[in-house]
Every structure is written in C-alpha cells, then in structure tokens.
Design a protein around this ligand. Sequence first.
Ligand code: B12
Length: 387
Amino acid sequence: DICIIPEVDSSLVQSLGQRLLPWLDQLSLEDLNPSIYVGLRLSSLEAGSKEPFYLHSLKVDYQQSLLRRAPSDEGADPQPKPSMGQLALYMLALKANWHDHKGHPPGGYYQYGLSILALCVHQKRVHDSVVGKLLYAVQHDHHLQGGPLSVDILAMAGLAFTCLERSNLNSDLRHRITLAARTAKEKVLRAQTPEGYFGNVYSTPLALQLLTTAPMPGMELGMACLHARAALLASLQDGAFQNPLVISQLLPVLNHKSYVDLVSPDCLAPRVLLEPATTTPPPMQLPEFIHVMLKAPSVWPPYRHAVSVPAGASLEDVLWKAQELGGFMYGTRASLSGPYLTSVMGKEAGEREFWQLVRAPDTPLQQGIADYIPQDGETIELRLVRW
Ligand code: B12
C-alpha cells in the first residue's frame, strides 16, 4: 500500500505561494523564517531574485545571532539565540539552496573548491554533480587556463580532490578525481616563474600545500619545490608577508601540513606558545613626504591628482588623503584579506567587475590597498575591469 497525493489544482498552489511572497520582503530579525525559504525551494514555485536575497538575509542574521554572547553574560539580551529547531531549519535552508550546474558558480571556483574541501574534511559527501562541476572546470574551463588567479583556484581545487580521493567519498568518480588532482598539480607546476613562484608569491603557499600532499610519479616535483621554497624565504626576508590571510595560508606549509590534514588532525603534535613580539618604538623623526599620482581613468570626468603622504604610508592612506583634499571619493568593504575597494567616485563595481589596482604603466598590484606601500613618484591607477 503506498501513499500518493494526487496532483492539486495549480492555481490553488499558486495562490498559496502568493501568500508567502509578502513575507519574502520582511527581512527584520523577528520576521525572517528559514521554513519559508525551505518550503518555497521544495515547491513547484520560485520567487526569482527575492530568493537569494532572502537566503542572504537568513545567513547574515543567523550567523550574527550565533556569534552574539549568551544571554546570561550580562544584562538581558533582547534577541535570544535561535532555538535548536530554528537552527535545524536554517541548516535545511542552506541545503535547499542548490545551484544549477551550468555557468560560473556564484562565489567563483575558488570558493566552490573551498566549500567542497570543507565538507570533505568533515567527511560529508556531496552529490556527484557538485564534484563534477569542479572536475569539469579543472579540465576544461578557460578561466583556469593561465589567468592571474588560476594557480590559487587550481591549488584549492586540487586540495579538494586530494581530500575526496583519500576519504574515498564520491567513489563513482574516483578515477576522474584522481586524474583531475594530477591535472591540477601539473598546471600549478607549469605556472612556475623563473624566480621560483607558482603563479605569484601569494599563490605559492596554497600551491605548495597541494604539491606536498603526495609524491607524484613522473613529475619533477623535488627541484621545483626547493626552488619555490628558496623564493618564498627570500620574499619573507623582504617583508612580503604582512597580510594575515596570506600568512595563514603559508604557516601550514612551513609545518609540512595542508588543509587536507584536517581530515584527521594531529592533536598531539607539540606546538610552541607564541609570545608577543617586543617592538622598539622608532626614533622620533620628522616624516619625509612623498608624492603619489592617483588616477581613475574609467570614470567621467577622469580623475588625476598628485597626493602627498608621509613615506611608508599605504595606498589606503593615499586614497584617504585624496578624499580629504576633495574631488575624490572611494568606498571599501571588509573581507578576510582586508579592506576591499568597492567603489571609486561613487561608481560601484558591478557583478563580475572589480576595481583593479595598477601601478602605471601596466603592473597589477599583488597587494590590497591596506598593504601596498607606494614609492615616491609612482602613479597608481584604479581601473574598473571585468574578471
Ligand atoms: Co584577489 N587576491 N585580488 N580577487 N583573490 C587574492 C586574495 C590573492 C591572495 C591572489 C594572489 O595574488 N595570489 C591576492 C592578495 C595578496 C595579498 O594579500 N598580499 C589578491 C589580489 C592582489 C587582488 C587585487 C588587489 C588585484 C589587483 O587589483 N591588482 C584585487 C582587489 C582590488 C580591490 O581591492 N578592489 C583582487 C581582485 C579579485 C577578484 C578577481 C575580483 C576576485 C574576487 C571576486 C569574487 O570572487 N567575487 C579575487 C579572488 C577570487 C581572489 C582569490 C582567488 C579567492 C578569494 C576568496 O574567495 N576567498 C584569492 C586567493 C587567495 O586567497 N589565496 C585572491 C575566500 C572567501 C571565503 O574569503 O574574504 O570572503 P572572503 O573573500 C573575498 C575577498 O577575498 C575579496 O573578494 C572575495 C569575495 O568577495 N578579495 C580581496 C579578493 N581578492 C582580494 C584582494 C585583497 C587585497 C582584498 C583586500 C580582498
């Protein structure tokens, strides 16, 4: 005996769905409801662009309320943490946000690979089609053929494949996964520069995480990695690693570890307790001033102005100074890599666009606005480009 629900009149279904629609505009804390999202995603109806927006609000709200301190901490918390049931629904909502397998994934292939890796180290199996999309990208996608970020993306994808391989998840794809892990390594290896970096200095840590995961018969790994290691050590000495995110990708390499080792972390390995570095304050000196030419040719009217800042100031200081002088405007958003430039002269970068930082005539910077220290006489161009 089976239970079958005969099809219901579609206009009835639609009118039910329509009653949910106004709720999708209620994004305040007390109104957000993961159940609405899950129900809609599992229905025969969809609410277009309201859906991703609603899910986004859910994520922001739930993440924030999870991070808030427990109500017992001090004073009464007006917004209690979500209940176990609400959390459970939120988890369902995250799962209901499947994507179609055509086109570029929304956060880019880097985040796609990172997500598969994260689930894999938790030993959570994802659908073959999800892994299939990354397999296809590594073998065929032209975005990954030598673009500036290709090594970062290939390294992350390779780490994800290595984890899947070791954990024997998605066993039907085993052969393709092994092949793609090898392809990722080969492409990373081929991207080695004469100085020894894989891609650039900042993609080398992730690249090494990948290349050190396992020996590769038939590949000249040994010399290549020694060369990369020497190049990294030289750039460490030059102070190239100041940004906490890139440091966080490098530290595992220096400890012969990769993200794949999180599958079964070695909790007993001894670790050294860090002590704060003792800094001696620099001697008081009158700051020397430098001049930096700031240009934004892709806005109308084009902006071009010399800005004077103390030597050692960051590009962010230059932008700030230019704004203070008048005639220049910029906006940033916080990210794990630091402040990300989102708008120049009121012009926001659109989808798949970004404000590229370029040292004239044509050298894209390898650091963000907070980390890059311009030299006297340099011209910095802010260009709105597609990626
Ligand atoms: Co980028 N980028 N990038 N990038 N990018 C990386 C972070 C990295 C490490 C690549 C490399 O050189 N090997 C370097 C940073 C090195 C360093 O810190 N010293 C780098 C650089 C240098 C840049 C640029 C400064 C290049 C330039 O203009 N000359 C610009 C940023 C300029 C600006 O501020 N407007 C830039 C731009 C981009 C695009 C192509 C736009 C994409 C981001 C768009 C998108 O995915 N929606 C991009 C990516 C994808 C990456 C990459 C491959 C992954 C980032 C990611 O998704 N992280 C990393 C590689 C890596 O980390 N090893 C390089 C995971 C998520 C969970 O973290 O903080 O939420 P998140 O991610 C956001 C930020 O990372 C931000 O965009 C992400 C999505 O919103 N972002 C930032 C991306 N790049 C950069 C760079 C800087 C300096 C900052 C502050 C933020």
